[in-house]
Ligand binder design. Structure first.
Ligand code: ATP
Ligand code: MG
Length: 398
């Protein structure tokens, strides 16, 4: 079984073969040194995007202006970025200009944190100019260079520091923490979508409690959409909080902590997708059902199985419990029907039984009851049997 680095080595080798430098860089080197699962492999090189496009057959030019292309190689994608200097960030989002350079030192210097600013060559030698390895062993997040300047240059780094603390369980080094406090008010310029992405990763971290604590302690939350208006929300975060893997889970969780803030409000203020809204609502509904009835067939039926894990994360976070999604899957396997349209009768069948009655909400109510009984195994999903039951229990109409 090849490691991700072994799989990517031929790319580095090819670039070297053309007379340019190339290294693994950033998160993959950090995670490798931490012995954590490696996510994306990023490569930094002295070759320009044009050169990379010439030497590899499959290259996707995703960010040529910033020196970034994606090399497709053996069904994997590799981000290959040319050594560069970033110009001023006058919009607080993107550097106004980038300058390609030929040595890696300057490229590593533009990176946000020491633990993210290391490179590794094809033989596994680590280039660590800013004490990244020491910070890894001290488990701390520290800016490359002066924190105040680096955060001012790009205030998104403030949220990145906090989310790395949540993902890695690291502390934020004191000078860096101090700089965060001095620059946090510049965060109002960051695009909401980028804030939401970092918050999603913060709540998804295995040590999210730590990151959330930093959001409160530094006062960074006062400059974030929604949290700034409801400063008590994060304070209510439960000690038992689990990693909330998706934004849907986080939205459902926070809404359940503070039910006066509608899911809709989160969606609007964080500019989340409709999918996030729908999923958060389904998880919250399932939780309400749980409070009345515990985990039962109805939850397995109402929730799509793709949300079982998410629901369990939210449930355990609030209750401090240790329910497992496996329980829901077991219930799901035994469900007589998977969805409403699997029901053996429909509205027309019901009307046929009562030819003298008019259409009305009573039909839907009756169908709901039948659906529940079928799901709970109290009534067989068989047309004749259901009809017989209806005849014996004619609904009242008012
Ligand atoms: P993840 O595991 O979340 O992908 P990562 O460290 O790879 O973590 P990315 O956002 O993918 O983070 O960025 C890749 C690298 O680019 C970082 O490790 C860092 O060196 C650099 N980088 C990314 N964003 C910034 C930024 N805003 N300012 C400075 N350097 C950055
Ligand atoms: Mg990455």
């Amino acid at each position: 079984h090849e490691t991700p680095f072994e799989k990517a080595k031929p790319i580095i080798k090819t670039i070297l073969g053309h007379g340019y430098e190339a290294y693994f860089v950033g998160g993959c080197v950090r995670d490798f040194l931490l012995n954590r699962p490696i996510g994306d492999i990023d490569i930094t090189t002295s070759a320009t995007p044009e050169v990379i496009m010439e030497i590899f057959p499959k290259v996707i030019p995703v960010g040529i202006d910033h020196g970034t292309v994606i090399v497709r190689y053996q069904h994997e994608s590799y981000e290959v970025t040319t050594f560069r200097l970033d110009g001023k960030y006058s919009d607080y989002r993107h550097p106004d200009s980038v300058t390609f350079i030929s040595n890696i030192e300057e490229d590593l210097k533009r990176r946000d944190f020491t633990i993210n600013a290391m490179a590794m060559d094809i033989d596994g030698n680590i280039i660590d100019l800013f004490g990244g390895q020491e910070d890894l062993s001290n488990r701390q997040i520290r800016t490359v260079g002066c924190g105040y300047d680096r955060f001012l240059e790009d205030p998104l780094r403030i949220l990145r520091a906090i989310r790395f603390s949540s993902q890695l369980g690291f502390s934020i080094e004191n000078n860096t923490l101090d700089a965060i406090q001095r620059v946090k008010d510049k965060m109002t310029n960051i695009a909401v979508e980028r804030i939401a992405k970092e918050l999603e990763k913060t709540f998804a971290g295995t040590e999210n409690y730590k990151g959330i604590h930093y959001l409160i302690q530094t006062g960074v939350q006062d400059y974030l959409p929604l949290f700034s208006r409801y400063p008590s929300m994060l304070q209510q975060v439960t000690k038992g909080i689990r990693p909330l893997v998706t934004l849907s889970e986080t939205v459902a969780y926070l809404h359940l902590l503070q039910p006066d803030i509608a899911i809709r409000t989160f969606i609007d203020e964080w500019k989340c997708s409709n999918t996030t809204r729908r999923e958060a609502m389904m998880i919250a509904d399932a939780y309400h059902h749980f409070k009345e009835n515990g985990i039962d067939e109805w939850i397995a039926y109402q929730l799509p199985p793709s949300l079982y894990e998410g629901f369990i994360h939210v449930l355990n976070s609030i209750e401090g419990s240790s329910a497992e999604a496996a329980e829901l899957y077991r219930l799901y396997e035994k469900l007589p029907i998977q969805e409403r349209k699997d029901l053996a009768v429909d509205g027309k069948d019901i009307l046929d039984i009562f030819p003298q009655r008019k259409k009305g909400p009573w039909i839907k109510e009756l169908l709901n009851n039948i659906e529940k009984m079928v799901v709970f195994g109290q009534l067989e999903n068989n047309k004749e049997q259901i009809k017989e039951w209806i005849r014996c229990h004619p609904p009242e109409i008012n």
